[in-house]
Design a protein around this ligand. Structure first.
Ligand code: NAD
Ligand code: UDP
Length: 389
């Protein structure tokens, strides 16, 4: 039987095949979402991006069994009149396009603001005008810093969840001053969220906003000098993979004390597919998507990746596997950081039953401890054509 015939939504109704305009389909999240939709559903994807390297195996050319299911549209949404036609052809638009690497926020703040706010405006407008559903990708970074971070370091209230757990409909958005240009990204994302929300409230736009909390896995970003600019700075998983490959110490920014909760991309994608196929449960909501039980400091992450790499490569770690660097050395002036990011998962669990779906009754995603698998590092390293994995 076809995958479509087999698919039911969470209320037991058959899921009709959709045409999905996926903007930013050639990126990290988009490539995994395209793979999943092709493998397990009958939905049709109009994949929009300026690059297709990460989905080449699906689109260049599409393998025979995917004929008619996926097409690649190379266009820049900044200035291409074909965008509206693609949105009109689709039942649902998913917007993933963004500049979303922190090294860019303080060094290219104009591009960051344009990409995350101005360039997303027409997408929202076309969806609203044409009565099309929109799933817009925002970020956990819209929460900024935790309330607890403003308390003295050893204050007991810092341990109370209401001082750090991030809730979609309650937590404030706390950013640093304008000179800390790090927050240009968060601020642009916040404003586009407010615009999408307002289109829903005033004009009836059917929308879902997704706030990913550090999704990681193969194909994340690039390895500098291998499949990206040699002076480029990707997100932490690719930075550390690059250091390990080059047998350099991992660089801990400002002591590596910041905390993150990481979630494996394939777990997170399950949540996105549930949103796609359960519009009545997903529309009008903002969803955190992360694993609250998977918290580490950046220093702990570095230690784990060093151990995993030693195991898979057979090379002993360096005598000095990590070094401290200041954020101004590493990122330049205007960098600032989120101290801690624990997602509250109540809303997404209530609406989409993520916990039940992923077979973990407690908190949403399987696993109590951070799980940086060899596969994650391998995925990043494959791009560098490293053999021996
Ligand atoms: P990514 O950089 O891998 O993917 C973004 C894609 O958008 C890229 O392929 C890029 O070429 C494309 N794009 C950018 N501008 C475009 C334009 N003008 N026209 C056409 N295509 C354009 O990033 P990702 O990790 O896949 O993130 C996707 C979305 O999720 C982003 O909106 C990001 O802010 C958000 N997000 C991701 C994470 C995470 O953990 N990966 C965390 C928070 C937020
Ligand atoms: N970081 C680091 N060394 C690196 C790259 C990043 O210490 O080589 C830190 C960074 O300062 C931040 C955390 O790792 O505290 C996560 O950074 P990432 O770029 O992945 O994105 P973020 O979670 O801040 O959006």
């Amino acid at each position: 039987s076809s995958p479509a015939a087999a698919r039911l939504d969470l209320d037991g109704n058959p899921v009709a095949p959709l045409t999905i305009c996926m903007i930013g389909a050639g990126g990290f999240i988009g490539s995994h979402l395209c793979e999943k939709l092709m493998a397990e559903t009958a939905h049709v994807v109009l994949a929009v991006d300026v690059y297709c390297d990460k989905i080449r195996h699906l689109v260049d050319p599409a393998p025979p069994h995917l004929a008619g299911r996926i097409s690649f549209h190379r266009l820049n949404i900044k200035n291409d009149s074909r965008l509206e036609g693609l949105i009109k052809m689709a039942d649902l638009t998913i917007n993933l396009a963004a500049i979303c690497t922190p090294a860019d926020y303080n060094t290219r703040p104009l591009d960051t603001i344009y990409s995350n706010f101005i360039d997303a405006l027409p997408v929202v407008k076309y969806c609203s005008e044409n009565n099309k559903r929109l799933i817009h990708f925002s970020t956990c970074e819209v929460y900024g810093k935790t309330i607890g971070s403003f308390l003295p370091k050893d204050h007991p209230l810092r341990k109370e969840p209401e001082f750090y757990v991030l809730k979609e409909d309650e937590s404030p958005c706390i950013f640093g001053p304008i000179v800390k240009q790090r927050w240009s990204y968060a601020c642009a994302k916040q404003l586009i969220e407010r615009l999408v929300f307002a289109e829903g409230a005033e004009n009836g736009l059917e929308f879902t906003i997704v706030r990913p909390f550090n999704w990681i896995g193969p194909r994340m970003d690039f390895i500098p000098g291998v499949d990206g600019p040699s002076e480029g700075v990707p997100r932490v998983l690719a930075c550390f993979s690059n250091n390990l490959l080059r047998r350099e110490p991992l660089k801990l920014v400002d002591g590596g004390q910041s905390q993150r909760t990481f979630v494996y991309i394939k777990d997170a994608i399950e949540a996105v597919v549930l949103m796609i196929e359960n519009p009545a449960r997903a529309n009008g909501h903002i969803f955190n998507v992360g694993n609250p039980n998977n918290e580490v400091t950046v220093r702990e992450l570095a230690q784990m990746m060093t151990e995993v790499y030693a195991n898979v490569s057979g090379e002993a770690p360096l005598d000095e596997p990590m070094i401290d660097v200041s954020s101004s050395q590493f990122y330049g002036e205007g960098y600032d950081d989120s101290d801690k990011r624990i997602p509250d998962m109540t809303i997404i669990n209530k609406q989409l039953g993520i916990a039940a779906f992923l077979n973990d009754t407690s908190q949403g995603f399987a696993g109590d401890n951070i799980d940086i698998s060899a596969q994650d590092i391998q995925g990043s390293c494959q791009k560098a054509n490293v053999t021996g994995f």
